[in-house]
Design a protein around this ligand. Structure first.
Ligand SMILES: [Mg+2]
Length: 254
């Protein structure tokens, strides 16, 4: 890495990229807060969730046109949450996972350098809201939003098209809105469903990502478990940017 660049816009995945992946990948599907919630809801929920992931891999969720649909996958997940009586406090615990070290300092650099940022996730809007506020992210797309009853159970929900093509459409829309071309854009992700977005931009970075994503990206960052630091993505902005931001990060540890 270390290329001089004219980067104007940075897209990033949320879970496992900005946030630490607290659960492991199963059935080739990226770990997420959906799984964390299932863990909290008990054995039955976990079994149902695992079965749904298997069904997803087999193409078992179809929309009205008979195409594989992430919206349908989310819709059934929401129904499962409603059936099992998911409570707001369990939900909030699941989305309140830690950031990767260095995320805060990296986004401070983006803001200071006038680089726009966008977050793209098939996860929950409440978690994206948290990241957007903490990191002052300009744009965000998230898959699912819950509306709560007074007793803390799910009242209603909203779903956004946020898998593969939905994410790609969103990325193209923001690039158009910002008047930038793909070579002025970076994408950072970790999951298999990030590979398509990686191909939309000039600089794609797999951040401790899975094999299929590594194969689709220009840059692969691999760090030891427990030694992850997000600041390494700044190496594409030049060695001095990386070193300065690392210095800020380390000075805050003291
Ligand atoms: Mg991810």
């Amino acid at each position: 890495m270390g290329l001089e660049s004219n980067i104007k816009l940075v897209f990033a995945d949320m879970e496992g990229t900005l946030f630490y992946p607290v659960v492991k990948m199963t059935h080739g599907i990226a770990p997420s807060s959906w799984t964390l919630m299932a863990q909290d809801l008990g054995e039955d929920a976990l079994t149902m969730e695992e079965n749904m992931k298997k069904r997803w891999k087999e193409g078992g969720f179809k929309n009205a046109k008979g195409e594989q649909s992430y919206l349908e996958f989310m819709r059934e997940s929401v129904q499962m949450h409603q059936m099992l009586g998911l409570k707001k406090e369990v939900f909030e615990k699941a989305i309140n996972v830690p950031y990767h070290p260095g995320v805060k300092e990296t986004y401070e650099f983006f803001k200071g350098a006038g680089i726009k940022t966008a977050l793209i996730s098939g996860g929950f809007k409440a978690q994206a809201d948290r990241a957007q506020q903490d990191l002052k992210i300009d744009y965000a797309l998230a898959g699912c939003q819950y509306f709560w009853k007074e007793d803390g159970t799910v009242d209603h929900f909203n779903l956004n098209d946020s898998d593969y093509l939905g994410k790609v459409k969103y990325v193209r829309g923001i690039m158009k809105e910002e008047g930038v071309d793909p070579n002025q854009c970076v994408f950072i992700g970790d999951g298999p469903n990030d590979a398509m977005i990686g191909k939309e931009v000039g600089i794609s970075i797999s951040f401790n990502g899975c094999k299929p994503l590594e194969e689709a990206c220009n840059y692969n960052i691999r760090q030891k478990e427990g030694k992850e630091n997000f600041i390494e993505v700044l190496k594409v902005f030049g060695g001095d940017v990386y070193r300065d931001t690392m210095k800020t990060y380390k000075s805050r540890l003291e």
